[in-house]
Write a protein that binds this ligand. Structure first.
Ligand code: 5GP
Length: 172
């Protein structure tokens, strides 16, 4: 992999995160939230987002892995780390870095619903519509992006580049 080109700049991300945070704060006004960050990719987005959310909330994490290589999703998802507290009767907001085929999010939403939360919504920084295999509702979406492999702002290539302050793509 070679040079990384900027797809979404640091400023564009900051403006969008502020907008999403304001919308979430307005929508959940008067309610308490459980924010579930999906590791590892969402950790940068989540840390910026929650600082723009003014409603009271607790933060928990899940780590998922899909079988298959990074480009072909098998649809089978494994929970490597589960949330630490029950979500029954709680309002849940799942925070993800990117919805690609949608298979991970579909599995996750089905799994979370069996735990009887009051509501479940999804916030994703990115979506690649060209790759959609299953439709999943994204209640709060940052950006739709072209079918490129992106890195930065939490997203990795072989565990690297997560620290880039922007979302970029690799130029070969
Ligand atoms: P899906 O189940 O929607 O196909 O895949 C979701 C997961 O695949 C994301 O959480 C992310 O880990 C990974 N992924 C999908 N597209 C990209 C990409 O362009 N860059 C990186 N770094 N990860 C991606």
């Amino acid at each position: 992999m070679g040079k990384v080109s900027v797809l979404i700049s640091e400023n564009e991300i900051a403006a969008k995160v502020a907008e999403l945070g304001a919308k979430i704060s307005k929508d959940y006004d008067g309610r308490e939230l459980v924010v579930i960050g999906i590791l590892k990719g969402s950790f940068v987005f989540l840390s910026d987002l929650v600082r723009q959310v003014t409603v009271p909330h607790v933060i928990d994490f899940m780590r998922l892995s899909s079988y298959g290589d990074s480009t072909e999703h098998s649809g089978v998802v494994q929970i490597l780390l589960d949330i630490s507290k029950p979500i029954e009767g709680r309002h849940v907001l799942v925070v993800e870095d990117i919805v690609d085929t949608g298979l991970t999010m579909k599995y996750l939403l089905e799994n979370l619903r069996t735990r009887r939360p009051s509501s479940v919504k999804v916030c994703s920084l990115l979506q690649k519509p060209a790759r959609t295999k299953v439709e999943v509702p994204i209640d709060y979406l940052g950006f739709t992006i072209p079918d490129k492999f992106v890195v930065g702002y939490g997203l990795d290539w072989e565990e690297k580049y997560r620290n880039l302050p922007f979302v970029g793509y690799m130029e070969n």
